[in-house]
Ligand binder design. Structure first.
Ligand SMILES: Cc1cc2nc3c(=O)[nH]c(=O)nc-3n(C[C@H](O)[C@H](O)[C@H](O)COP(=O)(O)O)c2cc1C
Length: 220
C-alpha cells in the first residue's frame, strides 16, 4: 500500500512537519507500506492562471511541478495532507496546489483514504480544517480522518498517542478496503450528483479533460 504525506508548511522542521513525520514513522513500520513524504515548499508551484485549459485537455500547461504532485497523489492509496493555520485558512502553498491540482471537479481523491492535519497556535485552526475537509470530501475521498493540534510555535506536538491510533486506523482501513464513511459519502453524493456532475455536463466538450479523468477513475 502506498501512502503519500504532504507537508504544506513552508517550514520543513516546524510543528506540521514534526506531526507528519510521526505519521510517516508509524506507517513505515507497518508491513507492506511504501511511504512517500514531500514538502510542498521543495517544489515549483505557480499560481493558477484561470485559463481553464486543464478542464478541456486534462493536463495543466504551466511548466512546473503541479502535474507531478497530482500524479503522486493519484498513485496513492492513502493521502495525508498537513497545513499550518495561516490567517484562519490553510497555507498559501496548499491553496496554490488546490487551485492548480485536479481536485474537486476532477475527483482527484476518489476512493482514497485520507487524513487532514492542521496545526495552529491561537485560534481558527477549525476554519483551516474546514477548508481541508471540504477539499478531501468534495474531491471523492472514501474516508476522512482529522487531527487538529494547538501548540506553541515550532514546538513538538505531544499527541503521539493520537497519531499512532490514527495511523493504525488508516492502515487497517486500506488493508481491509473499508467502505466509505456514511455521513461523508452522503455529503459527497449530493455535492457530486447535484452540483459537480450537472455543471460539467452543461459545459459540453469544454470539460472533455475532466470526463477523461472520470472515465479513468471509473466515476461514470
Ligand atoms: C503568517 C502566519 C499566520 C498565522 N495565522 C494563524 C491563525 O490565524 N491562527 C492561529 O492559531 N495561528 C496562526 N499562525 C501560527 C501557526 O498556525 C502555527 O504556529 C503553526 O503551528 C505553524 O506551523 P509550522 O511550524 O508547521 O509552520 C500563523 C502563523 C503565521 C506565520
Amino acid at each position: 500500500m502506498k501512502i503519500v504525506i504532504i507537508n504544506a508548511s513552508p517550514r520543513k522542521t516546524g510543528a506540521t512537519a514534526k506531526t507528519l513525520n510521526e505519521f510517516a514513522e508509524n506507517l513505515s513500520a507497518r508491513n507492506g507500506t511504501e511511504v512517500k513524504s514531500i514538502n510542498l515548499s521543495d517544489y515549483k508551484l505557480n499560481f493558477c492562471l484561470g485559463c481553464c485549459g486543464c478542464y478541456k485537455t486534462g493536463v495543466c500547461h504551466i511548466d512546473d511541478d503541479a502535474e507531478m504532485i497530482s500524479a503522486l497523489i493519484d498513485s496513492a492509496d492513502g493521502v495525508i495532507i498537513g497545513t499550518p493555520t495561516y490567517a484562519s485558512n490553510v497555507s498559501g502553498q496548499l491553496k496554490v496546489l488546490i487551485d492548480r491540482g485536479h481536485f474537486v471537479i476532477e475527483q482527484m481523491l476518489k476512493n482514497k483514504y485520507t487524513i487532514g492535519v492542521v496545526t495552529y497556535e491561537n485560534a481558527e485552526g477549525g476554519a483551516a480544517l474546514k477548508v481541508l475537509k471540504k477539499l478531501l470530501i468534495f474531491s471523492g475521498a472514501k474516508r476522512f480522518d482529522k487531527l487538529i493540534v494547538k501548540l506553541p510555535f515550532n514546538s513538538n506536538p505531544a499527541v503521539s498517542g493520537k497519531i499512532k491510533r490514527k495511523s493504525d486506523k488508516l492502515y487497517n482501513s486500506i488493508l481491509k478496503k473499508k467502505s466509505a464513511g456514511f455521513i461523508n459519502s452522503i455529503i459527497h453524493f449530493f455535492v457530486f450528483n447535484f452540483g459537480i456532475k450537472p455543471f460539467v455536463l452543461r459545459k459540453g466538450d469544454k470539460y472533455d479533460g475532466v470526463k477523461k479523468h472520470w472515465e479513468r477513475r471509473n466515476i461514470w
